[in-house]
Write a protein that binds this ligand. Structure first.
Ligand SMILES: [Zn+2]
Ligand SMILES: [Zn+2]
Length: 183
């Protein structure tokens, strides 16, 4: 197998985890995981680990944007956004199901316990969630511009306080009434 990113670089067998073999490129640090190898490794895990919040380890990720051809069966691989706060895409071959990870992408996913959910990333519900997440981020930026950072922070605090308040509706009426003290 040759690296789909570097020209003329071979992939060498590497023990990625206990019971999981990957094929790594010494030049770019990318890795190919064969579908069957991943499934067998998954079966040996004791269920899916709960997703973890961000830690402060910083990993340098070089997400290679260019299209890649599967090192195993030569088909064009498809890119999937990982989301859940991880800002890179992973490649999957629709032919053999193999997965290509650029340098440190496995480590970044493992840091969040998402490395055992790679197969879920390729599903429609996961991708819908990623789009929703991106829409929220876009709106967040727009609101922040509209209200200004400081006021927006305050508004969000008030909103979460209101959302948890049993008299939410009454408070909203009071606030939107121009003259609440007039009978
Ligand atoms: Zn390479
Ligand atoms: Zn393939």
């Amino acid at each position: 197998m040759d690296c789909p990113v570097c020209k003329n670089a071979g992939l060498t067998r590497e023990k990625l985890e206990q019971d999981l073999i990957a094929y790594a490129c010494a030049q770019c640090g990318g890795r190919m995981i064969v579908a069957n190898d991943y499934s067998h490794w998954l079966e040996k895990q004791q269920g899916t680990l709960p997703e973890k919040p961000f830690s402060d380890i910083s990993l340098e990720i070089h997400d290679v944007e260019k299209a890649k051809f599967c090192p195993e069966c030569s088909r064009l691989m498809v890119k999937y956004k990982v989301g859940h706060g991880l800002d890179f895409k992973i490649d999957r071959c629709g032919g053999c199901g193999g997965v290509w990870l650029d340098a440190n992408e496995w480590e970044a996913m493992k840091d969040r316990n998402l490395h055992d959910e790679i197969n879920s990333v390729f599903t429609a519900p996961w991708q819908a969630g990623v789009r929703q997440e991106q829409n929220s981020q876009t709106l967040d930026v727009l609101y922040s511009k509209k209200f200004g950072d400081q006021d927006y922070t305050k508004i969000k605090e008030i909103r979460s306080w209101l959302d948890a308040h049993p008299k939410r509706q009454a408070i909203l009426h009071f606030l939107s009434d121009d003259s609440p003290y007039k009978a």
